[in-house]
Design a protein around this ligand. Structure first.
Ligand code: FAD
Length: 287
């Protein structure tokens, strides 16, 4: 099923999860038992990330997206980055998705990695959206940034670029993680003013260990509200308490987002079935 149909047929907020393929040197089967547990929670769909830098190739993303859909019977979305791909590379990937019954793509530019010269066929995610749209047969999603993409000059430029991505074919959006809901509400308002009229899912990352917080902040620049910092500081040396506090914080964010009419929640599960289960059990009746 196309993700756009899930949004248009649903009379409640959509719940989706994100998982990532195992590292190149681990067998792909190493994630299957975790996937099985995560799929058993029956989210509306699960998206599968694409190797950072676009260097890992698409095959693991495709294999896992196919497994989720064709074996565990949960709709899947394959992430696809374009900055390090030629048109021919993208054609091969799209054919592979098609032959594996993967019909939903999160179209991304990908990060520009130092030392890797970007290819020229696709400069922005909107170029990829346009190309996939003309290729046909796929539902297209895109990324968005409540705290503004790190390379954008300002929020006005970023939101106008987001509008271009939607005009180019993105039919729904998934947000970067954030820890302060008011930032997300202001972003949704800007998007609406700019004429971005597609469903926007809120990306929620349950922080369950200390190194994860540091990595996330340096990678995506998410600001940390004082309330969040206090909770993390209090429990940083108690792993189990930190995990539970991270889950509780995420649940509180989700309850507030649902009460404010969010289109959907996209949970960055970090391939952790325990955390995904605790959160979905806490919010499923509220969707
Ligand atoms: P774009 O939408 O192209 O935006 C990139 C920058 O260019 C922005 O600053 C934007 O304002 C600007 N811009 C866009 N269009 C134009 C235009 N027409 N003219 C001028 N400027 C423009 N990375 C991975 O490697 N693998 C993944 O699986 C992955 N999954 C992700 C999932 C989500 C939900 C999110 C939020 C991010 C994900 N990323 C992933 C990270 C993403 O690849 C990076 O954030 C990347 O730097 C930007 O990708 P984009 O698709 O948002 O780019």
């Amino acid at each position: 099923m196309k993700i756009s149909d899930i949004f248009s047929n649903s009379d409640r907020a959509v719940l989706s999860f994100e998982v990532f393929p195992p590292k190149k040197n681990s067998p792909i089967e190493s994630v299957y038992s975790k996937l099985e547990e995560i799929c058993a929670l029956k989210p509306d769909f699960i998206s599968v990330t694409y190797g950072a830098g676009g260097t890992g190739g698409h095959s693991r993303t495709c294999e896992i997206a196919s497994k989720i859909k064709n074996h565990f019977n949960v709709e899947s979305v394959a992430h696809l980055t374009c900055v390090n791909s030629s048109k021919d590379d993208i054609d091969i990937t799209l054919e592979d998705f098609k032959s594996n019954n993967v019909e939903n793509i999160l179209a991304l530019r990908g990060d520009i990695v130092e030392g890797i010269e970007p290819k020229k066929d696709f400069v922005y995610a909107s170029d990829l959206c346009e190309y996939i749209k003309s290729y046909g047969g796929f539902d297209i999603g895109g990324a968005c940034y409540p705290e503004v993409h790190l390379e954008a000059k300002d929020e006005v430029e970023d939101i106008l670029n987001l509008r271009k991505k939607v005009d180019a074919g993105a039919q729904h959006l998934i947000s970067q993680l954030f820890f302060d809901n008011s930032v997300f509400y202001r972003f949704v308002e800007r998007a609406k003013i700019a004429g971005v009229n597609v469903p926007i899912e809120a990306g929620i990352m349950p922080v369950t260990n200390k190194s994860q917080i540091e990595r996330m902040v340096s990678m995506c620049g998410a600001s940390l509200p004082p309330k969040f910092v206090k909770v993390m500081q209090k429990y940083e040396s108690k792993p189990e308490a930190l995990r539970d506090a991270g889950i509780a914080y995420a649940v509180e964010q989700i309850v507030d987002l649902l009460a404010n009419g969010v289109d959907g929640i996209h949970l960055y599960t970090m391939n952790n079935p325990f955390v995904a289960r605790k959160i979905s059990e806490a919010v499923v009746s509220l969707l």
